[in-house]
Design a protein around this ligand. Structure first.
Ligand code: SF4
Ligand code: SF4
Length: 405
């Protein structure tokens, strides 16, 4: 019998206990163990459409990596395998096309957004497209301009800001709310470098590593003109931006710059919690009515970064909010970047498990820091006014922002 190398799966099954896809489907090929078994025996470059389909049935959530008894990185291996898939195999051919043509082209994205937004705004409240895009039922109220105090204290920027595609093109109010909170907590404006692009998560998870690297280089260069911390309020973007050193692991020319870029990243809830600690007199206004709130942990913050405590510290410090937890602890929502497009049935099954847990917690409000989770949970709850509101944490906090006396 061949000796087991450290790089081989031990078939221990620890990953099956935490894998949302395996729990939803209950079949071995849906687990990290099953997919690794396949990879050990068949080169993805020779794969059939069925093989491609199995590889696409992974959220890349990282839960298996977190518990793997061998210290393996199954999602990293699946990303590498997706890259090797034949261009026409499985649904990833379509996903590649989407990511290559739209998400890597900021000018095209901006054009689509500017042309489409007025039309989208006229969609009826119960429109399926409105639901699919996670658009609110009504145009959100614009946040008031910065107070005079904030303008007076504005000087050189304190933070650079990476809003991501969702907060740049579809829900601009999330980016504005983030900048407003950052301005209040630092007393200075934020800097949005103009030439930044999509983080590349969708491209890389669709197997298009070349596009992921291209947009990563653009982002690194866009922020190279300053040394400010780079704030981002999208968990998925933050997770992908942190991966840049891995993306350029075999490229010494870019690796140093990618590492310097990653070292500057500042996740939104971490920033707010740290700023609140540093300024004990600062308070968010209390909720006008008592509300029970559940914070939904994005997998992209739970597993690679373990940013779990900061949003809870913020929410528990706000009078009138009662923070409730799910009975079984944090749950994946099933969105997974492009997973919900490639595997809609599995994504819906995973989401319905979360919604059952949420219903038991009976919150008035659900908040999260991931644009993907936000869209997916909103879609699952529909437009029923009896369902809890789902808000990005930045929007909730901006609503509770007190101006300086
Ligand atoms: S990354 Fe997530 S969905 Fe994929 S195999 Fe691991 S636990 Fe399952
Ligand atoms: S936890 Fe790691 S070693 Fe164990 S079955 Fe899963 S992938 Fe294999």
């Amino acid at each position: 019998m061949a000796a087991i190398t450290p790089l081989q799966c031990a078939k221990c099954g620890a990953c099956t206990v935490v894998c949302p896809v395996f729990q939803a489907g209950g079949r071995e090929p849906l687990s990290a163990r099953g997919r690794l078994h396949l990879l050990e025996r068949l080169d993805p470059a020779q794969a059939s459409a069925a093989y491609a389909e199995i590889l696409s049935q992974c959220l890349l959530c990282g839960a298996c990596r977190d518990v793997c008894s061998r210290g393996l990185d199954p999602p990293g291996r699946f990303i590498a395998a997706r890259e090797r898939l034949e261009k026409t195999a499985g649904r990833h051919a379509l996903l590649r096309a989407i990511t290559h043509k739209a998400l890597s082209n900021p000018a095209l994205l901006a054009t689509i957004a500017s042309l489409g937004r007025p039309l989208l705004d006229r969609l009826p409240p119960d429109s399926g497209l409105r639901l699919r895009l996670g658009l609110p039922q009504e145009e959100p109220a614009a946040f008031p301009a910065q107070s005079e105090t904030e303008q007076e204290t504005s000087a050189l920027p304190a933070l650079a800001f990476f809003p991501g595609c969702y907060a740049t093109h579809l829900h601009r109010e999330i980016g504005e709310a983030t900048e407003r909170i950052a301005a209040r907590l630092t007393g200075k404006p934020t800097l949005r470098p103009k030439k930044q692009n999509c983080c590349g998560l969708a491209a890389e998870s669709g197997g298009d590593t070349a596009t992921a690297k291209r947009v990563a280089r653009q982002n690194i260069l866009a922020f190279a003109g300053n040394t400010l911390p780079i704030l981002t309020s999208c968990a998925s973007c933050y997770s992908q931006l942190r991966r840049y050193p891995e993306l350029f692991a075999d490229d010494p020319e870019w690796l140093t710059q990618a590492q310097a870029f990653a070292d500057r990243l500042l996740e939104f809830s971490t920033f707010v919690a740290q700023a609140m600690e540093a300024e004990p007199d600062f308070r968010f206004a209390g909720s006008p009515v008592p509300r029970t709130v559940v914070y939904h942990d994005p997998c992209h913050l739970r597993f690679p970064s373990e940013i779990i405590a900061p949003p809870r510290k913020i929410l528990t410090a706000i009078p009138g909010l009662h923070l409730a937890e799910l009975a079984n602890g944090p749950q994946c929502c099933g969105q997974g970047g492009l997973f919900h497009l490639a595997q809609p049935e599995l994504a819906a099954t995973i989401r319905s498990r979360l919604l059952t847990q949420l219903a038991q917690a009976a919150p008035d409000l659900i908040t999260t820091t991931c644009s993907g989770c936000l869209i997916h949970i909103r879609q699952g709850l529909g437009h029923d006014p009896a369902q809890p509101e789902v808000l990005h944490l930045a929007i909730l906090l901006a609503e509770l922002l007190q101006t300086k006396p």
